[in-house]
Design a protein around this ligand. Sequence first.
Ligand code: PMP
Length: 383
Amino acid sequence: EHKQLMIPGPVEVHEDVLSAAGGLSMSHVDPVFVNQFGEALELLRKVLVTETGQPFIVSASGTLGWDMVAVNLVEPGEDILVLNTGFFGDRFAESLEVYGGRTTHVRAPVGSRPTMAAIQAALNEKPYKMVTITHVDTSTGVLMPVEAISKMVKAKNPKTIVVVDGVCSIGGETLLFDAWNVDVAMTASQKALGAPPGLSIMMVSQYAMSVFNERKAPIPSYYGSWRKWLPVMKAYEARTPAYFATPAVQLIQALHVSLKQILTQTPDIMDRFAKHEAVSDHVKRVVASWGLRMVPAIEEAAHTMTGVYLPEGMALPQLLPKVSAKGVVLAGGLHPDIAPKYFRIGHMGLSVMEDHRGHIDNVLKVVKEALGEAGYTFPQDAL
Ligand code: PMP
């Protein structure tokens, strides 16, 4: 029996998306598929609110995005500022270092974000080729103010490349690629874009493409090279097939269906972001009324997920199996410093946009029951 999947990705997927993912075999050069792939690339631009960004859709998970940034945009010895809000900032930096990038981190205590003053101070220290921002750190649910940071970075040096890891944000959290001067935004298919896992998805600004085109060092990757993938993306968008490596036909078809659904449901994509905010606010209000503390303070919290500290004295194995027995799957903690002490609820995509296979209210009801069964006493005015 299916359980409502409410972790911060993979997320619940619509039946129409699933049937596309399970469709009959089709050639990757079939005109039908060429058109679907081309349209998916165009729709991606709409979701990221960009006119001129260059989209990439490549078979892999989100992690390939880090490698692609590293191998295509960073030359050995170049300085990169990593705005680190947890587990995924560490990992992005790890990838950058593997290919010779030299990373400097601005960190913050677990569950919070660096101050703008700390970021400004780091920018004043030395010039950076690139600044990386984890829009939502999935380990804790900290949201970074991408617009303000990007503005600060570009004011200091317009040549610095602004990279956003939007794996836990794109399609749910407001991100205006052009207006905010973002140079690279990366995600994966299994989160707020509402498709199964298996696709690495990126948007690259024309400025970042020009930095790439001027690259002198060899690209230390074969599969990850934009030299290989750019002509393929351009060809499909122009509705002609091209081949570098076989695309995941059915997954791209699934993503295509999901992107069409997203833009049919909310032709103005801002409405989708607003819906995610409303649902997130609701979750956080209810959880707060239970007397539980959330991992990031509300002003620094994402709208695609919520990290919740367990009540004093309760352990994850007392709670999550009870939640699961009631048909809902949540995630445990991920940040190594606090992992056993909190759980995570993902609320993005289908579970936010539709009352479909159980809505967020079912999750809140189930968690409340399970907390009670695990011995928690709620405040009188608990919602
Ligand atoms: N960045 C962030 C913020 C993530 O949440 C994740 C996955 N949870 C990744 C990168 C890596 O993506 P993937 O697991 O699809 O490789």
